[in-house]
Design a protein around this ligand. Structure first.
Ligand code: ATP
Ligand code: MG
Length: 443
């Protein structure tokens, strides 16, 4: 087996080897190369101790030196070089209590999570594959290295990682590994929200976001996202729908672009439907106000998972507006763009399309035609350069002060009043007109 290592990776390995150490590319990069994908980073594992690694290179950082990791910087790219190690006991199912360095590559590979992630390669030794990783890669299988129950007891996050890799690669989880996940799912509660978030983002932005279903089926979602369980168990009984709330959300994720904000929005857009469900006398369900309530619930979920404010605000805004359907005319759409934010409007169109495509065929063509029309109107408003923010007005606070309006709240009120008029009639955004208009208002 021959892999094409980047020149700088070969260089690091050669320097370590020529000084009498062992060194290999390892983990994700080996897996991705065998799959014919371009690895996004290269990790190196070596028998050399961290201080020794540092002595061979001009530019290094102590990224995780207590765990044996040094970053070597070559041509502006960082390579993580980690000393062979054995992880100590994971007493809290979270962090290894201590790591011990070892001289054995085998020991280092044994501590890794899945067979497909436990391969090493260098040009002199070729592929080192002690657990059948290549075979599993070819068969499309995620299998724990060694005994899955033991491995998930050491670090419970590995259970969610198994689903994340199955989503990224489109692989199946080997039955014993899957069974262990189902049994140990409740122990995911020991894992920090930040680590869960990382894996969830990778899963939902993958080619197979429908594997979210397995996060539910295995019992993992119950620990950190019980709202998903409620969604998966909520029937819709409504002519617009043919799936449960949860299955509809999953379909909508599959039908949307693989963008973090959009996929999280599709996952959460109907999160409040179960809570807002009412049944009419014909047996049809309705979900009044679910977008507004949904934005609140989405905020709870995203806060719990420690998402940053920017992501959280964007997703909640899209959830809140996902079902807005004003009659299409310039005034309404201009107001809608202002409400949603110009910078979010294209995301909202993507959200609306995915939502529609994941519904029943009932009125589908009309729904899609409406979204097309909304998009056309949005584009023409943007192209016209219409005023969409107070800042876009041809007058500002300073003009008002020059006209004798005292500094303070009044300025904002006047500008807001003028802005409201301009939004309904963009032709009025003319400096002379607006100055006169303000004069009238001040009379
Ligand atoms: P990605 O392409 O997402 O970076 P990756 O396989 O490189 O995938 P990382 O999380 O970057 O995944 O981890 C690098 C390597 O470290 C893995 O391939 C695996 O060998 C090992 N590893 C990472 N996390 C764990 C863990 N929780 N338990 C055991 N081994 C792990
Ligand atoms: Mg990686």
């Amino acid at each position: 087996m021959n892999m094409n290592l980047p020149a700088d990776v070969s260089k690091i390995i050669n320097i370590l080897e020529s000084n009498g150490h062992e060194a290999y590319a390892v983990g994700g990069c080996v897996r991705d190369c065998i799959l014919g994908k371009v690895p996004h980073d290269w990790d190196i594992t070596t028998s050399a101790l961290p201080e020794t690694v540092k002595s061979y290179f001009d530019r290094t950082f102590d990224t995780g030196i207590e765990h044996g990791t040094v970053t070597v910087l070559l041509h502006g790219v960082g390579y993580e070089v980690t000393t062979y190690r054995v992880d100590g006991k994971y007493e809290d199912g979270r962090h290894p209590k201590e790591v011990t360095f070892t001289a054995s590559l085998e020991e280092d590979l044994k501590r890794r999570d899945f067979t497909i992630n436990a391969m090493a390669y260098n040009d002199s030794k070729g592929l080192v594959d002690l657990f059948g990783g290549k075979e599993d890669l070819e068969a499309g299988i995620i299998r724990a290295v060694g005994n899955p129950t033991e491995r998930f007891t050491e670090d419970a996050l590995r259970m969610l990682r198994a689903l994340r890799f199955s989503a990224q690669l489109g692989f199946e989880i080997e039955p014993e590994t899957y069974k262990a996940i189902c049994e140990l799912a409740p122990t995911l509660d020991r894992i920090s929200a930040e680590r869960i978030q990382v894996e969830m983002v990778k899963l939902v932005t993958s080619d197979h976001p429908e594997r979210l279903r397995e996060v539910y089926n295995t019992g993992l979602s119950k620990v950190f996202f019980p709202e998903l369980n409620v969604m998966m168990e909520c029937e819709q009984n409504n002519k617009h729908h043919m799936y449960t709330v949860g299955e509809h959300a999953i379909k909508a994720m599959e039908l949307s672009p693989a963008d973090k904000v959009i996929r999280l929005t599709m996952m959460l857009h109907d999160v409040a439907k179960p809570a807002c469900k009412t049944t009419d006398d014909k047996g049809q369900n309705h979900f009044k106000m679910h977008p507004v309530k949904g934005a609140e619930m989405a905020r709870d979920v995203l806060r719990r998972l420690k998402f940053d404010n920017d992501t959280t605000d964007k997703v909640c805004n899209l959830v809140k507006n996902h079902d807005d359907r004003p009659e299409i005319n310039e005034r309404n759409v201009r107001r809608m763009i202002i409400r949603v934010g110009k910078e979010n409007f294209e995301d909202l169109l993507a959200v609306k399309r995915a939502d529609t495509l994941a519904q029943s065929m009932y009125h589908r063509d009309e729904k899609l035609a409406y979204i097309d029309e909304l998009e056309q109107m949005y584009k023409s408003i943007i192209a016209a350069g219409d005023c969409l923010k107070i800042k876009d007005l041809q007058i500002n606070g300073k003009d008002l002060i020059d006209m004798g309006v005292p500094q303070g709240q009044r300025i904002g009120e006047i500008l807001k009043a003028v802005f409201d008029e301009v939004v309904d009639n963009p032709k009025l955004n003319n400096r002379d007109y607006l100055l006169n208009r303000v004069k009238d208002m001040l009379q």
